[in-house]
Design a binder for this molecule. Sequence first.
Ligand code: C2E
Ligand code: MG
Ligand code: MG
Ligand code: MG
Length: 288
Amino acid sequence: AAKDLGKNRFMVFETRMHEQLLSRLDQEARLREAVHRGELRLHLQPVVALPDGQVSGAEALVRWQDPQRGLQQPGSFIPLAEETGMIIEIDRWILLESCRTIRRWQEESPATAPAWVSVNLSAVHLDLPDLTDHVAYALATTGLSPHCLVLELTETVMMRDLAVTSARLEELRQLGVKIAIDDFGTGYSSLGYLRDIPVDVLKIDRSFITGLVGNARQQELVSAIIQLGHTLGLRVVAEGVEEADQLTLLTVMGCKFAQGYHLGRPQPPDELRAGLAVPALARTVTGS
Ligand code: C2E
Ligand code: MG
Ligand code: MG
Ligand code: MG
């Protein structure tokens, strides 16, 4: 009987594995089609300048309008896209769509359009020899000025070959685009690579902003990161600002840019644009 039980258990296990594999293959196939079927969506989250609260730029964040499951957040498909290499196609689509959207907006409503757009790039792009060509192509074909484009990379890229990474990033900067380190403070040897890697923007990870209010030690840390960034001539952006008190503290600390639900959610470009069409003085910083 014990033997039978063991066998049954094994079969249950095997069936579950089989189902998981099938569902993964199914999702993979559908994700592969998503790009070609036009199911990807560009959302934009405003980044505001402090202390005036004006929208300065926007971060491009991908969504997947899955016909079976509805609107999907990146957390549910980016890991699979990275494993399978599909992230390259997804990032390229977002890059092109972001450049096109911001360029059109700047042409049509120069007074209210974001001055720049920030696009996330998975670290795998740094292995592709045609990355710079591709970015140059996106700029040329849309007409967006290189100074209006920021490319965001996470600190994991710094765990790669530093010489290769620096060379790639320098090539991109030669085009005139800016490089941002995303989720700053969560990765390895943050300070070591700041010496060697050409970057323009630091985005302080949300985990440093959560719990900022009432935590003197954390305030000292964030304040030090802001000062360090400014000393190095970098633009510093605080991510994940959810409360007015966090914004006040960051402003007092001299932080010049912030992003978060308190300032505006990621949303379809048309919605953001409709919100920004209201004259700035009539807008409130807390609108989301
Ligand atoms: P990220 O680049 O650090 O983007 C910020 C994430 O924080 C976004 O999540 C945004 O919606 C969320 N967020 C913004 N403000 C707040 C806030 O006040 N509170 C909280 N709790 N969250 C906030 P999202 O859109 O789910 O994206 C998650 C991550 O997926 C991104 O983190 C980025 O690493 C990745 N991702 C998104 N779009 C792309 C893309 O087009 N390409 C690549 N390679 N990665 C992307
Ligand atoms: Mg980002
Ligand atoms: Mg981030
Ligand atoms: Mg992130």
